[in-house]
Ligand binder design. Structure first.
Ligand code: DHE
Length: 525
């Protein structure tokens, strides 16, 4: 409004319409907040926390910055309802809007159990099938998350036919989590929506918004509970998997009272617990998913090393919480055998810290420079000893660690920093992508015994090639061409020859029901 007054004054002056000659007023700067209210709030919410469109806050916009944000506002987003504003807004308006949505929210948002419950929605047309509505092996189904147009394709793992393709919430991140019987899958978006889908019926069951900005989800050992790790608000939401109702919202606050984001939550089935790392305070939490879960029973040993003692939650029972104090906040982590230890990385990404979950303290430290991506770690038996490997987000190498003594036994140079690793018990190879840099189109295949690269695949020159998943029996490996007009390439996992190429819209992760529900040893979490 102010801008319109200014422009009519200027016009009047320019054309000599006004009586007395006025000094030209200073040009008003476009106001991002008013522009947002006028043009964006209807879809993205008055509070910027999302509506029919996604949340527009720095936590959600992540890696989209400055000019890129302006370009999206100006040009719109293909295949979404986001229109182009280049015709309606000036470049200055667009820049002001981009700056406004990149600003953090003034106050931390509140999102209570009641708010969550109010978002629950179920598909009226959903009728649970008594048996799979398809003839394919239900345990060899592979889901492909297509982030290009926010869909998931349901693949028959034997024929590679697409059985269904369904819409997901905007910007799915992290691995979907299956119920232990492999029938249902839960999918999370960065805006905190959790979607439940029935694989047997090939039908969505419903959705709920469990957080406002979320990291990942974890399924409890018995399939009853789903934990949602949130950045906003600072909470861990626990949902009932049956009906997506809220079982508990746990405030994530350090022992000293500092609220914290959750770096990641994973299930520790052998311990009947969820284990989560806190991003802003030096604590790891263990939350019982069974009233009699191991660490919570009487007589559990306390250790009292300065600054690293563990404490048992005063309460016992379902969702009882235990804090483990560590030296520094942990960003992401990977479990050792039998879930006794975890190896985490610090936020600086230059070392690994091993925390023993039984005694509740750090037991080892190892050099892991270059931002190890431990959430993508995998483990296998090599020459009679269990090893784990992790890629590094900032260096072109893989670290291979002996998990008995937590020593780095090998460093495998790669053609650039990678994001994901995968193998299978029946495969002699580890597949490692090169996600970043000029060699992003390469995929290394590495011998699990010799730790040598045996082949480097280059299936789509110039395009990002990343993330691998195996079929149930390990006979085939599925690789993403991570582009909007991308593909999933099916390889014979032994001959390393291409068998099939399925067109997909920016396929990111792929998840095989068997490998995920049976904790197949070549898969991460
Ligand atoms: Fe992810 C998994 C964290 C950026 C695609 N990512 C995970 C997990 C964590 C994590 C903790 C494990 C969750 C699980 O599966 O339960 N990711 C982070 C980050 O901290 C980081 C570096 C910064 C961020 O923006 O959050 C990050 N991740 C990305 C991307 O930029 C990727 C490539 C594209 C995207 O979708 O945003 C990406 N992350 C993925 C995928 C998985 C994942 C596909 C699941 C891999 C799997 O095989 O399980």
């Amino acid at each position: 409004m102010i801008r319109h007054i200014v422009s009519s004054n200027l016009l009047a002056v320019a054309f000599g319409l006004a009586g007395p000659v006025l000094a030209a007023p200073a040009l008003a700067q476009p106001d991002g907040a008013s522009l947002f209210a006028e043009h964006c709030a209807a879809c993205h919410g008055d509070t910027r926390l999302g509506g029919t469109g996604p949340a527009l806050i720095p936590e959600a916009l992540g890696r989209i910055k400055g000019e890129d944000l302006s370009a999206i506002i100006a040009g719109g987003r293909v295949a979404t309802q986001m229109p182009a504003f280049a015709e309606t807004l000036t470049p200055e308006d667009i820049a002001a809007l981009a700056a406004y949505i990149a600003e953090p929210l003034a106050e931390p948002p509140v999102w209570t159990a009641d708010d969550i419950a109010a978002t629950r929605e179920f598909d009226a047309g959903y009728v649970p099938a008594d048996a799979p509505v398809f003839t394919a092996d239900p345990l060899n189904i592979t889901l492909v998350v297509e982030t290009g147009d926010h869909h998931v394709s349901v693949l028959d793992g034997d024929t590679f036919d697409v059985l269904d393709r369904f819409p997901t919430p905007f910007a799915v991140h992290g691995g979907p989590k299956f119920s232990p019987d492999g029938r249902f899958v839960f999918i999370m978006s960065r805006d905190g929506w959790v979607q439940k889908y029935d694989i047997w019926s090939l039908h969505q069951v419903g959705r709920v918004r469990a957080g406002l900005n979320s990291r990942n989800i974890a399924m409890s050992h018995d399939g009853k509970w789903l934990a949602v790790a949130n950045y906003l608000p600072r909470t861990l939401t626990i949902l009932s998997t049956t009906d997506l109702s809220v079982a508990r919202v746990i405030d994530v606050t350090g022992r000293d009272g500092t609220p914290s984001r959750v770096s990641a939550v994973y299930q520790a089935p052998d311990r009947k617990s969820f284990v989560l790392a806190l991003k802003d305070v030096p604590e790891i939490w263990e939350v019982a998913t069974d009233p009699d879960a191991g660490p919570y029973h009487d007589g559990f040993v306390h250790s009292h090393e300065a600054g690293m003692e563990e404490s048992l939650a005063a309460e016992k029972g379902l969702f009882a919480r235990r804090r483990i104090m560590v030296g520094a906040p942990i960003d992401d982590f990977f479990f050792g055998p039998a879930y006794r230890n975890l190896i985490g990385t610090n936020r600086e990404g230059d070392k690994g810290v091993v925390v023993n979950l039984d005694v509740g303290r750090e037991i080892a430290e190892l050099p892991l420079p270059g931002m190890p991506h431990l959430g993508s770690g995998i483990s296998w038996m090599r020459d009679g000893r269990r090893v784990m490997a992790t890629p590094h987000l900032r260096e072109g190498m893989l670290s291979v660690i002996d998990v008995a003594d937590w020593k780095v036994i090998a460093t495998i140079p790669t053609a650039g920093p990678g994001f994901f690793l995968r193998s299978h018990e029946n495969s002699p190879y580890v597949w490692a992508d090169v996600f970043f840099g000029p060699n992003k189109d390469k995929m290394h295949v590495i011998d699990k015994e010799t730790l040598q690269i045996v082949k480097t695949l280059d299936p789509a020159p110039g395009k990002t090639v990343a993330h691998v998943e195996f079929t149930r029996d390990g006979s085939h490996a599925l690789v993403s061409v991570w582009e909007d007009d991308g593909a999933v390439i099916v390889y014979d996992a032994h001959t390393l020859q291409e068998v099939r190429r399925l067109p997909m819209r920016k396929p990111s992760g792929k998840y095989n029901v068997w490998n995920k529900t049976r904790f197949e040893e070549g898969t991460s979490h």
